[in-house]
Ligand binder design. Structure first.
Ligand code: NIG
Ligand code: FE
Length: 414
């Protein structure tokens, strides 16, 4: 039979075959590994996977790639990024080294609000070119799909500008848009609840009318948006047909993850301070926890999300970069190293969390595994086995990246 592409010579082919829903508990350990595996691709989709003799015995490839003993995995899915922003905040790293907290920097007009000022001033073209450079780096590090949140424009005009940049960029990395206007209180408002009214009455309906976002997210945190305001916005978003996510339990626990779970959120994100009751509520409602170990790392905090407890209690867990000016990495490989070392996730669990579960956390069922019928988004890692990914850290192991069966050559080598 004819295939467009055949990949052979995989020392390990991690197919992530298994159940189609978000995976929990022991299921996260099973990455569907085929030693000496091969893949056949047709029309951008996986046609078949199996042992090399099975694939080469059955298919002839238009193109055949022998990866010579490397490891092949599905493309990484990064389900939580703040991808559209202008400028940078490297000087705040020094402030953090000198002992200032994230909330002190935000309270003094730095942090998110400083990026809001830069983003409001930036043209669409500038935002798009800055975002493109990040997307090039993401793809070069093996990420083939990512979620992208707005949230540095805040007002109607600037949130639409950011979401249109996400919609309009022409790039092989696929993006899933999230409206996150409730990321900080904009300077033109005095009261958080008034701003939430504005988001509910003015911004959300317009975003929905224009079809600019699939998800709605909010930063539910002490000193930012409290639980009641957060719920008000999320309920309104759900009424308008959006799926919901929430930044919850990051610095303080305001009870937001439990409330969001009861509201039917697809995911709760950050979750450093989640307690056993919250984990129970999220597990019971099938909420996917998106854990972002790069964030405590960049905040120089020694506390990370209780991943072991979450997995142990049957909560599906995903991993993401949180890419933003406070925590700037395009590398899911770096996140996997942090997840394994700081949260004691097994490399197999970390892979499930960065592919299959990450895809489900952004409502995608056609990516995240290499089984017949799924998109042929694949990364060839220049390592003999998966364990090298967290173990050999701080370098880029992505050797070849395929999006829908097409090899992507990044414009630069990273
Ligand atoms: O997810 N926590 C809120 N928002 C981002 C940080 C944004 C920023 O500092 O610019 C986060 O970590
Ligand atoms: Fe975030």
């Amino acid at each position: 039979m004819k295939a467009d592409l055949i990949i052979t010579g995989c020392s390990e082919l991690h197919t992530l075959s298994g159940s189609d829903g978000p995976r929990t508990g022991r299921e996260m350990m099973d990455t569907g590994c085929i030693e000496g595996g091969a893949v056949a691709v047709k029309d951008g989709y996986v046609l078949d996977v199996g042992t090399e003799s099975h694939i080469t015995g059955k298919y002839r490839g238009e193109r055949e790639v022998d990866v010579e003993g490397r490891t092949v995995i599905p493309g990484f899915v990064d389900p939580h990024t703040h991808l559209v922003f202008a400028g940078s905040r490297e000087d705040e790293l020094v402030m953090k080294i000198e002992g200032k907290t994230y909330m002190e920097i935000l309270g003094a007009g730095g942090g998110i609000l400083r990026t809001v000022r830069n983003t409001r001033k930036a043209s669409r073209e500038q935002l798009m070119e800055e975002m493109r450079a990040r997307m090039d780096r993401m793809l070069a590090h093996g990420t083939t799909t990512a979620e992208a949140k707005s949230g540095y424009g805040l007002d109607l005009e600037n949130e639409i500008k950011c979401l249109e940049v996400i919609r309009d960029i022409d790039h092989p990395l696929e993006l899933v848009p999230t409206y996150m206007g409730a990321h900080a209180l904009p300077p033109e408002f005095d009261e958080h609840s008034e701003y939430i009214d504005y988001c509910c009455d003015t911004v959300l309906p317009e975003i929905v009318k224009r079809g600019l976002a699939e998800f709605c997210d909010i930063f539910c945190e002490k000193g930012v948006f409290h639980a009641e305001d957060s719920m008000r916005l999320l309920i309104r978003a759900a009424e308008l047909g959006m799926k919901i996510k929430v930044h919850a339990d990051e610095i303080e626990n305001l009870g937001c993850s439990t409330m969001a779970a009861e509201l039917g959120a697809v995911s709760c994100e950050h979750l450093v301070k989640s307690g056993p009751g919250d984990i129970e509520a999220m597990a019971k409602n099938g909420v996917i926890g998106i854990l972002l170990p790069g964030t405590p790392f960049m905040l120089m905090d020694n506390e990370y999300s209780p991943a072991r407890e979450m997995i142990g209690r049957g909560m599906p867990v995903a991993l993401a970069t949180d890419l933003n000016p406070n925590c700037w990495t395009e590398s899911m490989q770096m996140v996997i190293t942090l997840a394994c070392l700081q949260m004691k996730m097994h490399p197999n669990e970390a892979l499930t969390a960065s592919t299959h579960n990450a895809a489900r956390a952004i409502g995608r069922n056609d990516i995240g595994s290499l089984v017949p019928g799924k998109k042929a988004d694949m990364v060839v890692l220049d390592v003999p086995n998966l364990m090298h990914l967290p173990y050999h850290f701080g370098v880029n192991h992505a050797y070849m990246v395929f999006k829908e069966g097409v090899q992507i050559r990044p414009p630069k080598t990273y």
